[in-house]
Write a new protein. Structure first.
Length: 250
């Protein structure tokens, strides 16, 4: 088991009055491609942030390859993120003062890897992303879809154990959104990168192999995709519709 989450609880606010996560238990196997969905405020981004070591749980545990994330020494945490976790954000988080090439290579540069290793990895990632013509440009000189491809490339540059994405298509149009999700699928299928994607977009979610739904900080439902992505999309819509109806009733 690559990722194991045990009775995860998270409170926020003064005196811990707001419960964001309520006893989450879930496991992720190596090679999984999982979407996390739920209404606004359901706890899905909080869950991702705890897995990403950006936030810490109030109680419970998250283990990646048997290592409990909340117990990693603060001095080692940045290096751990760069080597074990790839994180893709909705707003890209690239550095405008660096070229695309420099943004991509940054994780290995920070780890002081040999130049030859960096150049070899750069060739692999650029070929996968299809961004050969963008390397000397800066993030503000390329499109949103291209920028997100670069952000994904940076996230996988160190060959992480787990790739995490928070609303990676949120700032993209339909065409670029589908292109980005196709890229996630290729990274998962061809390179075996275990991937978790938080999304509110049913079309984007339909590219995943499994969907976990969260409601009020608890796991609500789980569905798996067969061969037919359109059928999976319809299943996702059915669950989201039921979730919405249940909230309206309450």
């Amino acid at each position: 088991m690559l990722l194991q989450i045990n009775n995860l609880t998270k409170y926020y606010g003064k005196d811990n009055v707001t419960k964001a996560l309520d006893g989450i238990n879930m496991s992720v196997e190596k090679g999984d491609f999982i979407g996390i969905m739920g209404p606004s405020g359901s706890g899905k981004t909080t869950l991702l942030n705890i897995i990403a070591t950006i936030d810490k749980p109030t109680s419970g545990s998250v283990l990646l390859s048997g290592q409990e994330l909340s117990k990693i020494d603060e001095e080692k945490l940045s290096s751990f993120r760069r080597n074990e976790l790839g994180i893709v954000f909705q707003d890209f988080n690239l550095i405008d003062s660096l070229t695309v090439k420099e943004n991509l290579a940054l994780p290995m540069v920070l780890e002081k890897k040999p130049v030859s290793d960096i150049e070899n990895r750069l060739s692999e990632v650029v070929r996968l992303l299809g961004i050969e013509t963008l390397l000397e440009k800066r993030p503000y000189e390329i499109s949103g879809g291209e920028t997100q491809r670069v952000a994904i490339g940076r996230a996988i540059f160190n060959a992480p154990s787990l790739l995490l994405a928070d609303e990676p298509t949120g700032n993209l149009d339909t065409k670029n959104s589908n292109a980005v999700m196709n890229l996630f699928s290729e990274i998962n299928d061809r390179h075996g990168v275990t991937t978790l994607v938080v999304t509110h977009n049913p079309e984007a979610a339909s590219y995943c192999k499994k969907i976990i739904f969260i409601r009020d900080g608890r796991l609500y439902n789980k569905i798996e995709r067969g061969e037919n992505r359109k059928q999976f999309f319809n299943q996702i819509m059915d669950v989201l519709s039921f979730l919405s109806t249940a909230q309206d009733v309450e």
